[in-house]
Design a protein around this ligand. Structure first.
Ligand code: AGP
Length: 609
């Protein structure tokens, strides 16, 4: 998830506006920044790795000639956050410049083909194939105009993209295009703008034109022209008026980043399903060969590891050991060795406890694998193989979309391992893969159908002094995550444990009206969980149950319940069943007048041990 911007101004230099607009998109990514402008038939380029302010101080991003230009602020997915991988990317001649947000899935095939045609690639990105492809298309069809060459090249791209392209071939134009990644135009009397998001140009206009998938746009001093990529047919679309304040826009109209990021999960889960097969293959091969596997992380990421230990065991018969990173050195520091494999999980990739654990293991020759949402983070640099969870920048301190993205990647790894080890039948494999593909829509349904209900439940219990969160099997991990969300943003003491442990002590706390949240997917633990609910109810607990749609048995036992669409296999259930718990914590915090984005005493990335 990067930020792209482009503009064609009737007068004045474009660079300062591009710079300012990228600043308004910086929440989409801040690994590197770059601007290219066209003036007097030439292209001018400035780019470097680092946050916009840091780079601007060194290379002055405002100092480029020309009233036409494009810009990019990066969230690294392919290729570390280095200058060579920063956008804009160009063709061999430097006469075609491209900025891109999204993932080109067939870039390796295209790159091999173009390299065989003597194209020289300089970066590790997927994006760089685009300017070379346009260059090759023009070489093979010299009669083609630049816009047509772009159109033909786009037809060969697979994956998601929002693009803005300039060239010396037609230096008075910007060509932009969309397939899945967001793209919107801005219009005012002074020019036309294209951007990944409305915040980019809201300071200069609130007249916007939404661009749909499969559409290409030509921006010029005449205005904008929308055409279908497939057949170049013309599309008429009038601007709409946006009634947002710039501040609001960064949150896209949501009151807080946390609720925005909860609502982003259908999209971020789709992104995880586009992760390159060979990364999943590579990492699962290391797990397959491993003698012992430690799943090491902190906080929410640890809960993803806990859930993964059930997935790896149930699907691939691979025993794995989830360990709190802050305890790893004490617990395993002396025994970890060359036969050990560490799968470290960290949204930020910078959590000090996790880095410390990994460093000790590495010093004892263990194999380090990792999952992170920040490509180029410290963790990626100490890992033999790492996978980016593609959730985009998460600004809310409470992790939400990065948790479900971690779980989706871990589930894909478990399925890869199961396939390698032939531990599940083809039918079961097909059904699990089908259900994984359905999860983005299922999460969308939960948000659209249950959010209002969760608001009511939050209202009812917001003044509770304590909560229990319980589950059995893999839902123990979901319950732990629900507990953490409520504690970190609503500051209500909450206890989570495997439901089977209740009668070994914790049930002594139960008294009339004590709220107990149960996570109840229809899996192998369903029957036993009913017994645990009954023993709590018998002592006056109020049961809040996250149940499967139409599960009358559980619904009849619950004082309040939230429904999740039916048919989700148990090993995948933490992904959809976590979402109602995220919303419950958010609305209880809101009901208590707290700012869910800035919880007291916490930081987004804990870089101290
Ligand atoms: C979760 O909402 C918290 N922000 C926190 O527990 C977090 O999960 C933990 O600090 C680990 O962070 P990481 O995933 O960036 O390593």
């Amino acid at each position: 998830m990067c930020g792209i911007f482009g503009c064609v101004l009737k007068e004045g230099n474009a660079a300062p506006l591009i710079h300012a607009s990228l600043k308004r998109l910086e929440y989409r990514g801040y690994d590197s920044v770059g601007i290219a402008t066209a003036s007097d038939g030439k292209i001018f380029l400035k780019k470097d790795q680092g946050k916009i302010d840091e780079v601007h101080k060194i290379i002055n991003l405002d100092d480029l000639p020309g009233s036409i230009g494009i810009g990019h602020t990066r969230w690294a997915t392919h290729g570390a956050p280095l200058k060579v991988n920063s956008h804009p990317h160009s063709d061999c001649t430097g006469e075609i410049m491209v900025v891109h947000n999204g993932i080109i899935e067939n870039f390796m095939d295209l790159k091999n083909e173009l390299e065989n045609l003597d194209h020289n690639f300089v970066s590790k990105t997927d994006t760089e194939v685009i300017p070379h492809l346009i260059e090759q298309t023009l070489k093979e069809n010299p009669k083609l105009g630049f816009v047509e060459a772009v159109q033909e090249s786009l037809k060969r791209l697979e994956g998601s993209y929002a693009l803005a392209i300039i060239s010396t071939k037609e230096p008075d134009k910007i060509v932009c295009a969309r397939n899945e990644s967001p793209l919107v135009l801005g219009i005012n009397g002074k020019g036309v703008f294209c951007a990944s998001d409305i915040p980019a140009f809201l300071e200069v206009t609130n007249k916007a034109v939404m661009i749909n998938n499969g559409e290409l746009v030509i921006l010029s001093s005449e205005g904008y022209e929308i055409r279908k990529i497939q057949d170049f047919s013309l599309i008429n679309r009038e601007p709409i008026t946006i009634d947002w304040t710039p501040e609001m826009a960064v949150k896209q109209g949501y009151p807080h980043f946390m609720i925005k990021e909860i609502h982003e999960q259908p999209e971020t889960l789709r992104n995880t399903l586009r992760i390159q097969e060979h990364y999943l293959d590579l990492l699962s091969t290391f797990l397959d060969r491993a003698n012992e596997v430690f799943l090491v992380a902190c906080g929410t990421s640890y809960h993803a590891c806990l859930a993964a230990s059930y997935m790896f065991s149930k699907l691939a018969f691979l025993p794995t050991y989830p360990v709190y990173a802050s305890e790893f050195i004490e617990q395993h520091g002396k025994s970890v060795n060359i036969d050990s494999t560490i799968l470290a999980v960290s949204q930020s990739g910078e959590t000090a406890d996790t880095i410390a654990a990994v460093t000790v293991a590495q010093q004892r020759a263990a194999t380090i694998l990792s999952l992170t949402n920040v490509i180029g983070s410290t963790l990626t640099r100490v890992s033999r193989v790492y996978i980016g969870t593609q959730a985009g920048p998460e600004i809310g301190v409470a992790a939400t979309k990065t948790f479900t993205s971690q779980l989706s990647v871990l589930a894909q790894l478990a399925l890869k391992l199961a396939k390698k080890r032939g531990k599940v039948s083809q039918d079961e494999m097909d059904s699990l893969e089908e259900n994984l593909e359905k999860l983005p829509d299922i999460v969308d349904t939960i948000i659209n159908t249950q959010e209002e209900k969760i608001k009511q439940i939050a209202k009812k219990y917001k003044n509770s002094k304590v909560f229990f969160f319980l589950g059995r099997g893999i839902s123990t991990a979901t319950a732990f995550e629900g507990r953490l969300k409520l504690m970190e943003i609503a500051y209500i003491p909450s206890i989570a444990f495997p439901a089977g442990e209740s009668k070994h002590g914790p049930i002594s706390l139960i008294e009339e009206g004590f709220p107990v949240v149960f996570v109840c997917p229809k899996d192998d633990c369903h029957k036993t969980l009913i017994g645990n609910i009954m023993e709590m109810k018998a002592r006056g607990a109020h049961i809040i149950a996250i149940v499967e749609e139409g599960d009358q048995e559980m619904k009849s036992l619950a004082d309040d319940y939230v429904e999740v669409p039916k048919g989700i296999p148990g090993v995948l259930s933490p992904i959809p069943f976590a979402v109602p718990l995220q919303l419950l914590a958010y609305y209880i915090a809101l009901g208590k007048g707290f700012n869910p984005d800035m919880p007291r005493n916490l930081a987004k990335s804990v870089t101290v041990k």
